[in-house]
Design a protein. Structure first.
Length: 459
């Protein structure tokens, strides 16, 4: 029997319980009443004949009644969270970007699922599965009543606060579940379809994706996360055990009001640079940025068996608005180009893409005009998957040296991420954020470069 025949046979004979879920509680309650009644009659007339006529039926009624009541009680409550996605591959792509850790913390919010992973408190990956990725998204808010102790008289005695459930699951098991129907197979069949678009069968990727859905459900506090995958009549149900998160799990703080570096560029440029540096097997990545001195933005790798390697991005100065007196610490706006001179950039403006869209550098006066920070290269390497599939990346750094790589991933209606220009595509835009803790400077000295004798841009 072929696989297609098995699918058709399974869809023709769906499983349905003898007692519907809506009636299980009432049937179980009735069986318990019958069991108590028969037990009373058996107690009044105890004989060998009454064992077969009253005792055995009472035992069966008691057992089945208890089971039906238990399942009926579980079926009555609505799940806290329920979502249906028509494309499980989108979920797989986003979760694979942060798949460097075996476990992940999931938080359910009205706007989507917040999935975060961390390793050693020095690197954190966060993927937000927006509700727009799902065709159906239902979240029943949980409210907690907090009694006001020691509050002012104007406040009420009790207040209700919204509780967003969060739990820990196995991320590796979740990824294996999402690709159980081959959701990551998008190479061979797509190439065949491109060569012969008219050729199609029941096993080509476009045909198999017509009747595929992924349902996520979380019924109550402490219950497993239920994942139901349906494809051409075949239904697979997987329940992932949920665990209590550690009380000390906190996000790596990024001081948004103290951002001293913000660079927005195509993710492909950053991915190519990290790939080139990774060839030397380094251990330390140094990020250097300056708004007034060359190199304006560079990445250097060191600590490996080979010599130090550096990737520098050239930059051209944009025209500044004449706004009068400006503060010395004001950020300068620059644009990086893939060549070295402004003249070459002006001639190739229509041929070569701009490396960065935003270049804001505003270092504090205590460290001079250049921002230099070191990070562990193996930690940066964990974001390589997100670099490969993202359209753009926002590189941010605060005064404490925390590095944030926020990737914008656009998913089109097909079974793959879109690397095209976001202004012309119509897919769903999702963000994946990585945060890295810097390495401590052993010398504990800020790098201040002298300004005498060095070229600077005209103010």
């Amino acid at each position: 029997m072929s696989l297609n025949e098995i699918w058709e046979a399974a869809s023709a004979h769906p499983f349905s319980p003898v007692v519907p879920k809506d009636n299980q509680f009432s049937v179980g309650f009735s069986l318990l009443l019958i069991a108590f009644f028969l037990s009373g009659l058996f107690g009044l007339n105890r004989s060998f004949l009454s064992i077969a006529s009253l005792g055995v039926p009472a035992s069966l009624a008691l057992g089945f009644g208890a089971v039906y009541m238990i399942f009926g009680t579980m079926a009555d409550g609505e799940p806290i969270f329920s979502a249906v996605s028509s494309n499980a591959h989108h979920l797989y792509i986003l979760l694979q970007c942060i798949g460097f850790a075996p476990q992940a913390t999931v938080q359910i919010t009205p706007d989507g699922l917040r999935v975060s992973v961390e390793e050693g408190r020095v690197v954190q990956g966060l993927a937000f599965l927006d509700k727009a990725l799902f065709t159906s998204y239902t979240f029943n808010h949980l409210t907690e009543t907090n009694n006001g102790n020691g509050g002012s008289g104007d406040n009420d005695d009790s207040s209700e606060s919204t509780y967003y459930p969060h739990f820990v699951i196995s991320l590796s098991a979740l990824l294996e579940t999402l690709k159980i129907f081959g959701t990551n197979d998008s190479s061979g069949t797509n190439k065949a379809a491109a060569l012969n678009p008219a050729a199609s069968s029941a096993f080509t990727t476009p045909t198999l994706l017509l009747d595929r859905s992924c349902t996520l459900q979380y019924f109550q506090y402490g219950s497993p996360l239920s994942i139901t995958l349906t494809e051409v009549g075949v239904k697979t149900i997987c329940e992932l055990t949920t665990y209590e998160p550690d009380g000390g799990e906190l996000d790596i703080p990024l001081q948004r009001d103290a951002i001293i570096m913000k660079i927005i560029m195509r993710s492909a440029w950053l991915h190519n640079a990290i790939t080139e540096l990774d060839a030397t097997d380094p251990t330390i990545l140094k990020v250097s940025a300056s708004a007034t001195k060359a190199p304006f933005f560079s990445l250097s790798a060191s600590g490996g068996p080979f010599s130090e390697s550096v990737v520098e991005f050239s930059i051209d100065q944009q025209q500044k608005n004449q706004t009068g007196a400006q503060q010395q610490s004001q950020a300068y706006h620059k644009v990086l180009a893939d060549d070295g001179t402004s003249r070459s950039r002006a001639r190739r403006a229509k041929l070569a893409p701009t490396v960065t869209e935003t270049f804001l550098i505003s270092p504090p006066s205590s460290i001079g005009s250049r921002i230099v920070q070191d990070y562990r290269f193996p930690l940066i390497r964990k974001a390589a998957q997100a670099m490969a599939v993202a359209n753009k990346v926002s590189i941010r750094g605060d005064r404490q040296g925390v590095l944030s790589l926020q990737f914008m991933i656009e998913l089109d209606e097909r079974n793959k991420p879109s690397r095209e220009n976001t202004s012309t595509s119509s897919g769903n835009v999702t963000f994946v954020d990585f945060r890295f803790v810097p390495l401590l400077d052993e010398n504990n000295e800020a790098e201040v470069e002298p300004t005498d004798g060095e070229e600077e841009f005209d103010e």
